[in-house]
Design a protein around this ligand. Structure first.
Ligand code: MRU
Length: 347
């Protein structure tokens, strides 16, 4: 992705350190954070310095490689086991994290007791995982732009952009490629309370790319459907199940229901790392519940009734029946067949 004219990835690995764009500071400050231990990356994933399903998948993969580099040789296997468990537990909903961490872990284990070889393989596996993820997202853009007509008014939710992935984005990759093809677009960006990934990050990326857009409150989406102002919805996903149900940022489900009511196509874009081939149904997906402070506080200021509690689920489930198609690196599939088609490619 281009930020202020320079090419970046959201997360990368160099000299036994994991580097990432600090997404908590954007769009007000652009800073790169870097970490030399897997424990620090666990914290960075939890506090959302890095966020977005494919991006935390790559951060986890790199952190696992880092764990192999820092593990004491006499406790190599148990140290890696501990790192694997801590990393995959950092955030529970996006399956990309488990997929990235486990891919590197399993590759590293194959070469024990040759620790030197195991470390080399782990580093290569983490780079391979991240590169594959970025390439999937580039292909999602090329394939996904086909569903975007010239002149489309598109609604997207949360940030499914280059920041949320290693590069390109998922939903925003399709929008980016359509724009680069010369299609005229207008994007409604729902703000995405409580952490404002839409109004902070998606708006920032669209501005960097020169794509016309406006921010709307989450609660304004229904009004714009009712006004017939939305032609298409595209979101990302944090997990795609075998039956085509998906998890994505809280508020996605209601947009999908609104889209069906208003006969507006609703697409989900997801790379291979977001598929969970062991998950049958949306009800099997663990939903992360974050701190009530994210709802009740704005920075250091209390913005809710002090004596009331608040519930803060970070994701919701959109059943397959509301989704017109899942845009993948291979093709656009009907939700019910997407996981099987992608899985059959792997065998
Ligand atoms: O809590 P976040 O910001 O990590 O949630 C991110 C989302 O829900 C994105 O829509 C999803 O990861 C898809 S990103 C390509």
């Amino acid at each position: 992705m281009q930020i202020n004219g320079k090419e970046y990835r959201s997360v990368w690995y160099e000299d036994n350190r994991v580097f990432m764009i600090n997404q908590n500071l954007l769009p007000f400050r652009f800073e790169i954070a870097s970490f030399g231990s897997y424990e620090e990356v666990v914290v960075a994933i939890q506090n959302m310095t890095v966020r977005g399903a494919p991006a935390i998948g790559a951060a986890g993969a790199y952190a696992m490689a880092l764990a192999t580099a820092t593990a004491p040789e006499d406790k190599y296997r148990s140290y890696l086991r501990q790192a694997h468990a801590a990393l995959i537990a950092a955030r529970p909903t996006a399956i990309d994290l488990n997929n990235g961490v486990s891919y590197v872990y399993e590759n590293a284990l194959k070469f024990i007791p040759d620790v030197v070889h195991s470390r080399q393989v782990a580093e290569l596996a983490s780079i391979e995982f991240a590169n594959k993820s970025a390439e999937d997202c580039r292909r999602i853009g090329i394939i996904g732009q086909e569903v975007i007509p010239d002149g489309a008014r598109i609604l997207t939710h949360c940030n499914a952009g280059a920041l949320a992935t290693v590069d390109w984005g998922t939903a925003l990759s399709a929008i980016r490629m359509a724009h680069r093809k010369g299609k005229k677009l207008f994007v409604y960006v729902s703000e995405t309370r409580p952490r404002f990934q839409g109004s902070r990050l998606t708006a920032f990326e669209l501005e960097q790319e020169g794509i016309e857009h406006t921010i709307i409150a989450d609660s304004a989406c229904g009004f714009y459907f009712w006004k017939d102002a939305i032609d298409l919805v595209i979101t990302g996903a944090d997990r795609v199940c075998l039956n085509g149900d998906i998890a994505n940022k809280i508020g996605t489900y209601e947009k999908a229901v609104l889209a069906k009511e208003h006969k507006v196509p609703f697409y989900v874009a997801a790379p291979l790392s977001t598929f969970d081939f062991t998950c049958n149904h949306g009800t099997d997906i663990p939903i992360e519940i974050r701190s009530e402070d994210e709802i009740k506080m704005f920075g250091d200021t209390l913005i809710a009734n002090p004596g009331s509690s608040a519930l803060n689920p970070s994701f919701d489930i959109t059943p397959a029946k509301y989704i017109n198609g899942i845009i993948t690196h291979r093709a656009i599939f009907k939700p019910k067949e997407a996981a099987q088609k992608i899985q059959s490619d792997l065998n």
